[in-house]
Ligand binder design. Structure first.
Ligand code: B12
Length: 453
């Protein structure tokens, strides 16, 4: 009889839309290739209840159970609910209905590896990318050999939690989508997702991405990515893709190669990604447009040069403006994601941001208010120095750096006065988005309907 691994996607957040658990698909694909004697089962908490999970565990009795934790909270100061109690319930059900070792992982988990390992009483865990570490761990446990060399692994040794550092990363990865899940997510979010790169070397003071994925940028195999998109398109008619890279345009050469490959393969798909407004060229955008780029989500964060510098960004408002105009010229929809009231914000810098926003044409602006403080970032040090958090705070409960030098109560009014489409986190709900999509039978992102000239 086949041995079994069960991978659980613990994410239940539907805001701004439900996200296909792509991390689980990468792991499943890798496990199936390198441990073919194992049957890999998945359970998605977006689609099933704790009772159903308990039933599956009892019926299948998996030999190993992995739990994927994407989000710790909504990273939104307007709604500071922590998802950890929900994850505790999931792990509790796993332990009650199975004797399998519990292995944790995921983007959110990787920001708090030791703390969550301890709190959830895991047997093992992996910080960062999981393909090789999980496969090696299962192999070692099966063969009863030493696992202490596995990079990125967390385990217990003499009552201490050990976290192994990492030097090697995977690049030749493929992903096979779970056909059951693709149907659900195509219907409910109108897109599928795939990764083309991992890692980020930027030094934005608040960001956890380099801590999760590492600073070294690794580009994944372009042919494999294109094959995947083609399979989705030909087999399922899925024609809208979100590239989930931390920063899609961090490596121009490889990104242009990817776009050229989409065009060469004649894939009629539309796509979106998270871009930095810096280093985008005219001919580059023309190529992306030709390959199907529909929506750019710019991580602009502020329209004040003082604030951009305070946040550790490597561009100025002038670049944001020029790049926005370029996107407009190529008929690509673009939105700006912002952090208002973060480290260093004052009334003056805010006024600068609102005044500059008037120069941006045909766009929509999505501000978060305050910066979620993550451990290991420069922001954590500033927040301790400025008396916003104590040095002993593990930051698992959401904490925000909200500058004391501006008036939060006038933010929305000031935004409104610009006449631009400023959409705050509580202005629009997931229900509104779903209703809108259904009405228009629209796939993909839909914020272009909110733009103002
Ligand atoms: C792309 C992205 C988005 C896109 C997703 C678009 C799409 N259609 O897919 C958008 C912009 C929509 C988005 C939205 C949100 N996001 Co987001 N997002 C990301 C990002 C950049 C990449 C996630 C991803 O897909 N990675 C690619 C896959 C392949 O990697 P993976 O899932 O991490 O899986 C790998 C490993 O983690 C590991 N692994 C995963 N599971 C398991 C399990 C086991 C057992 C093991 C061993 C290993 C393992 O192995 C996998 C393969 O290598 C991450 C940051 C980052 N760099 O990770 C933030 C991130 C996950 N998001 C975050 C947040 C907060 C959100 C939002 C709540 C923000 C908001 N208020 O809108 C929403 C929530 C959406 C939802 N419904 O869940 C946070 C979570 C931290 C936190 N505070 O909780 C992150 C970490 C960014 C951050 N701020 O630090 N997001």
């Amino acid at each position: 009889m086949n041995k079994k691994v069960l991978l659980i996607s613990a994410n239940q957040l539907h805001d701004p839309y439900p996200i296909y658990p792509i991390g689980i698909s990468y792991l499943t694909t890798y496990l199936k290739k390198y441990l073919p004697q194992f049957k890999v089962l998945t359970f998605d908490m977006n689609r099933g209840t704790l009772e159903e999970l308990a039933g599956l565990l009892t019926a299948q009795q998996p030999d190993y159970v992995g739990v994927s934790m994407r989000n710790i909270d909504g990273a939104n100061s307007f709604d500071q609910k922590s998802f950890i109690p929900g994850y505790e319930k999931i792990v509790c059900v796993v332990k009650k209905h199975s004797k399998a070792p519990v292995i944790l992982g995921g983007a959110g988990f990787s920001i708090y590896p030791e703390i969550l390992f301890e709190r959830l009483g895991a047997d093992f865990a992996v910080k960062g990318e999981g393909e090789t570490a999980l496969t090696e761990l299962i192999t070692c446990l099966e063969n009863q050999t030493d696992y202490s060399h596995i990079e990125g692994l967390l385990y217990r040794k003499a009552e201490k939690i050990i976290l192994n550092s990492r030097r090697e990363f995977s690049t030749k990865l493929t992903v096979f989508y779970d056909t059951d899940l693709t149907d659900y997510y195509w219907e409910h979010s109108g897109m599928l997702n795939i990764q083309t790169k991992r890692g980020c070397y930027h030094k934005c003071i608040y960001c956890s991405y380099p801590l999760i994925e590492g600073e070294r940028v690794r580009t994944l195999d372009i042919d494999e990515i294109i094959d995947n998109i083609e399979r989705l398109w030909k087999e399922k008619n899925i024609n809208y893709i979100f590239f989930t890279d931390s920063l899609f345009n961090i490596n121009r050469e490889k990104t242009m190669e990817l776009a050229e490959a989409i065009i060469r393969r004649n894939l009629k798909v539309q796509w979106a990604a998270y871009f930095s407004p810096s280093y985008l060229l005219d001919e580059e955008l023309a190529l992306y447009k030709q390959s199907g780029l529909m929506h750019i989500e710019f991580g602009s964060e502020s329209f004040s040069d003082t604030q951009l510098e305070n946040y550790g960004k490597n561009f100025t408002f002038d670049t944001i403006l020029k790049t926005s105009e370029l996107a407009l010229k190529h008929n690509i929809f673009y939105a700006h994601f912002m952090i208002l009231g973060g480290y260093g914000e004052t009334e003056q810098t805010l006024d600068e941001t609102f005044t500059n926003s008037k120069l941006l044409r045909y766009t929509v602006i999505f501000p978060f208010v305050g910066m979620r403080i993550y451990p290991g970032t420069p922001l954590q040090k500033y927040a301790i120095r400025d008396g916003i958090i104590s040095s002993g705070d593990d930051l698992l409960e959401p904490r925000y750096y909200i500058s004391p030098h501006f008036d939060q109560t006038t933010l929305k009014e000031k935004a409104k006065q610009t006449g631009k489409a400023w959409i705050f986190p509580d202005d629009i709900s997931e229900v509104d988005i779903q209703a809108f999509k259904l009405k228009r039978k629209k796939k993909g992102l839909i914020w272009e309907y909110l733009r103002k000239p």
